[in-house]
Ligand binder design. Structure first.
Ligand SMILES: NC(=O)c1ccc[n+]([C@@H]2O[C@H](COP(=O)([O-])OP(=O)(O)OC[C@H]3O[C@@H](n4cnc5c(N)ncnc54)[C@H](O)[C@@H]3O)[C@@H](O)[C@H]2O)c1
Length: 250
């Protein structure tokens, strides 16, 4: 894969899980990486792990649901690396597992705020920096729930369908200005988010049974696709959502 030497990247929600795998993968391909997370200690830990492996990384606090916080974080990254070429908007929260008619408006708004408005705010503040750098690539992490229903996940599914739509608009609006925007739609991936949702249930075994490849994804398998979409190898791809689902959509 083409590398990212001389390029600066940021990844939101990179303190753990899929975001951490993306940040580490970008650093292995020589990008300077800003690790953004609500959990500042986790962000610092990912950045330290990258530096210990010989990469260049900084940890930055961000709450993607808060515009001022996003503006400050993106400006800090652009100042530290003197440019921004790549952004992966991965921060997100899971479904609350409620029936639609039982869901409070507050719970609905919180999921939409982090997953959808958070992606909008990230794009809004990243795009001017990418334009200043002469163009670049953005990947939004959606979900298979952005392409189909997941039972008892109305806000999550609506938010991720929104991310897929927002990706298309951003791609079309900025294509002529040198920015590609794509999305990745993972099915269930073994991360802390999955462990929280699954709890003590047999959800992992049930999900494996209905996945053609017969197992759940690793964060690295999702990261590999996001990183490839950010690379020069994906130079003619924009506005697309790539499903990483072990055959589930089929
Ligand atoms: N794990 C899965 O099965 C799965 C499947 C499909 C899609 N996804 C999506 O992938 C992305 C990453 O999921 P994951 O499984 O790695 O989750 P995770 O819970 O393991 O990690 C998410 C990270 O995002 C951070 N975060 C949460 N809210 C934030 C906010 N407001 N601002 C900044 N950072 C915030 C958390 O602190 C955490 O470090 C999410 O968008 C999720 O919806 C995950």
């Amino acid at each position: 894969m083409s590398g990212f030497a001389g390029k600066a990247a940021l990844v939101t929600g990179a303190g753990r899980g899929i975001g951490r795998a993306i940040a580490c993968g970008l650093a292995r391909l020589d990008a300077d990486v800003a690790v953004l997370d609500l959990d500042q200690a986790a962000a610092e830990q990912t950045a330290a792990a990258i530096r210990e492996s010989g990469g260049n990384a900084i940890g930055v606090h961000v709450d993607v649901a808060d515009e001022q916080s996003v503006a400050i974080a993106v400006a800090a990254v652009a100042k530290a690396f003197e440019r921004l070429d790549v952004a992966v908007n991965n921060a997100g929260i899971p479904s609350t597992g409620e029936d639609l008619a039982e869901m409070s408006a507050q719970s609905w708004e919180h999921v939409l705020r982090v997953n959808l408005t958070g992606t909008f705010l990230s794009l809004k503040h990243e795009i001017p920096e990418l334009l200043r750098a002469g163009g670049g690539a953005i990947v939004n992490i959606a979900s298979n729930g952005g392409l189909r229903a997941i039972p008892q996940a109305p806000a999550y599914v609506a938010s991720k369908h929104g991310v897929v739509g927002l990706t298309k608009v951003a791609a079309v609006d900025y294509a002529r200005r040198g920015i590609r925007v794509n999305a990745v739609a993972p099915a269930i991936t073994r991360t802390a988010m999955f462990d929280r949702v699954a709890g003590d249930t047999d959800m992992a075994a049930r999900q494996e049974a209905i996945t053609p490849l017969g197992r759940l994804a690793t964060p690295e398998e999702v990261a590999a696709v996001a990183i490839w979409l950010c690379s020069a190898d994906a130079s003619y791809i924009t506005g697309t959502t790539v499903s990483v689902d072990g055959g589930r959509q089929a």
